[in-house]
Each structure stands twice: as structure tokens, then as C-alpha cells.
Write a protein that binds this ligand. Sequence first.
Ligand SMILES: Cc1ncc(COP(=O)(O)O)c(C=O)c1O
Length: 385
Amino acid sequence: MLKLVRFYGYRGLRIVKGSMQYVWDDTGRRFIDCHAGHGAAFLGHSNPTIVEAVASQARELIAASSSFSTPSLEEALAEFSRVAPPWAEEIVFLNTGSEAVEAALKAAWLATGRRGVVALKNSFHGRTLASLSVTWNPRYRSGAPVLDATFISPTIDPGDVDKRVPRDTAAIIIEPIQGEGGLTRVSPELAKALKEAADRVGALLIFDEIQTGFGRTGRTWAHLELGVEPDIMTAGKSIAGGLPASAVVSRDGVLKSLAGGRHGSTHAANPLSMAAVAAASRLLRGEGVPDKARRAGALLAQLLQERLGGLRPVRDIRGEGLMLGVELRFDPGPVLRCLQESQSVLALKAGATVVRLLPPYAISRRDVEMVAYGLEQCICREAGC
Ligand SMILES: Cc1ncc(COP(=O)(O)O)c(C=O)c1O
């Protein structure tokens, strides 16, 4: 047997089943899943609506190139258009978030004829070469032939943005709330300053909503709160209810530069993922998922504040909707282990010190109480309260 090389540290758990906000290991133990496959299971594990759509599509057609029309692609296009941001006019479907970022950056390079890229410190946009070029973490970048990007602090005075954006910039890319970087929110003032700087030099502004999008922050797209329209937006993670699919949308005329073989991917717009995108988009609207995420997130944030707000090892509690982070004064690794082993809660890390919670929208009041209680127990056990 070949040796599996794991990209991420092994969590010592064999997950055999999932249902909405829960997963089970091979001993039958149930976990509240605030990891959710890096957020991909936001619509719930094996959500019956997604399962039904995928199962019936699998019986009809699994593989087809987007050179052809298929009913699932037509349906995904129609349904995703209903949830897309109002300024968007073009779309391409791909498979992963990094692929979406690659396509977005390539479209910006083709549109401007330049190579310069600007991103924020602590950004995360993926680990393929173009997306890695705008990912800040030096540990991920080291040894790879990435482009020389300009990184601006997310806490920069918006008045200073203009002089930090070079003339040769093709794209400025930002996450409305940094996910992997530690749940730092971009202010409307900074977003506006970045938009103005992009317009001044003729660069394209890209909002990466791969983690924040599709309802997670309590609205369908987090950037709609910022009062700024980008040229391009990327989406991924949960847009196909947990199957691999991503999308790039743009204002008119931006993505068409990728046509004619300038970009592509074998599995892009494959029938299974497209059936799942159609079902997920219908579910998002039909079940009012963003509202539910906003309410569940507000309750979780309130309970976290009540239980953890005054604890000495806790520096901050932040985030939006069901994208929340608890910043500690120490490495969160032992707290994540304790949560998993003694509280049956799965969570993930963000930045060097943040416990990140990305549960499915169906998380219940009882689950939320258990997560807040579990965190209090584990933080106090590891750091003393
Ligand atoms: C904001 C953001 N962009 C891009 C990516 C990369 O997506 P993927 O891992 O699907 O390639 C991620 C993944 O966590 C992300 O959070």
C-alpha cells in the first residue's frame, strides 16, 4: 500500500458518517462539527436535499465537458444566478477555491496586461501558484516560485492605502473577513479606499468570498455590507453542499477573456457538482439559510461572550454569523484537542492564536450551548482561569 501524505496534521479521528451538524467516528461517538470540512459542510453533512439531487443526477450522467450543454449546468446557472450578487453578470464554474482564485487573477492579468498583485497581510487565498502569490503566510510560500505581491495591513489607515498600491497593479484581492488569517474584518472604509486605489491605477478589485460567502456570515455575500462593488468575486466551499465546486463571477466583459481555451479544467461544471450547486442554491433561498446562520451565530457569539468574555486567557471574540473566532493568549492546539477528546466538538485553528468555529447552519441551541461550555472547560483546563 502507498503511504498517504497528509497535507494537514492528522486529528486522530476516523469519521464514518455525517448528518447535518454532526459527524460520527468509527466507535459510534457523535461530534458537533464546527470544523465542517474547512467550512464546506455549511449546508449540513449529507443534507437530504443535496443527497437526493446528487443521487438522481448520478443515475443520469456523471461526466460531461462544459463544451456541451447539460440540464444540470443549465439548472445550476439559473439557480446560482438567483443568489449571485446583484452586480454580477458573468460566471465560470470550477472545482476548488484555489482554482477560482487562479481564474480570477488570470482574468485580471489578461484584462490589464500587467502582473502586479496586492493583498492584505494575513490573507489566505489558496496554495496553488497564483493563489499562493496572494497568500500571506511565509511558511506556505517558502520555496515556491511565487509572484512578488504587495501586502497591506488590514488595519492600515484607509487614507494611506493609495500610496501603497503600485502603478503596475493588475488585481487587488481581499477577503471581507479573513478566515484562515484570524477572523479580521475589512472595514467599509478600507474596502472603499482599496476600490478607489484600484480604479485610480486601472486594477481590478477581487473579493474572495470562498469562506465568507453563501450565507455563512449571516448574509448571502459578506461584501454586500461593505458598500463597495468589486469587479470579480470568488465563491467555493459550500456552494455545492459539500461537493467540490467553485465559481467566479464578474461584471460584464471580465471573464470572457478566459474563453477559447485560455482557461479550463476537466471537471469544471461537471454534472454531479452542477446538480449539487442547483440544489444548494435553491436550498439557500428556500430555507432562508443566511437568516438562520445569522440567528444561530448571534446566539453562539452571545454565549461565547458570556462564558469566555471575562477569562484571562481569552483576548478577543469576533466574527460574523457562523464564522466566529476566539482569540487566545496562547497556541490553540491543545484547546482543539481537548474539545475533540473531552467535549465531542470539532473546531479548527485560524492564525497563530485563534480557535475558529465554522459550524453548519443547522446548529441547534443545545449544540451552541455545548460548544460554549466546552470551550470554557478546555480553555480553563489548558491555561487556568
Ligand atoms: C478565502 C479563501 N480563499 C481560497 C481558499 C482556497 O480554497 P480551496 O482549499 O478550496 O482550494 C480558501 C480555503 O480555505 C479560503 O478560505
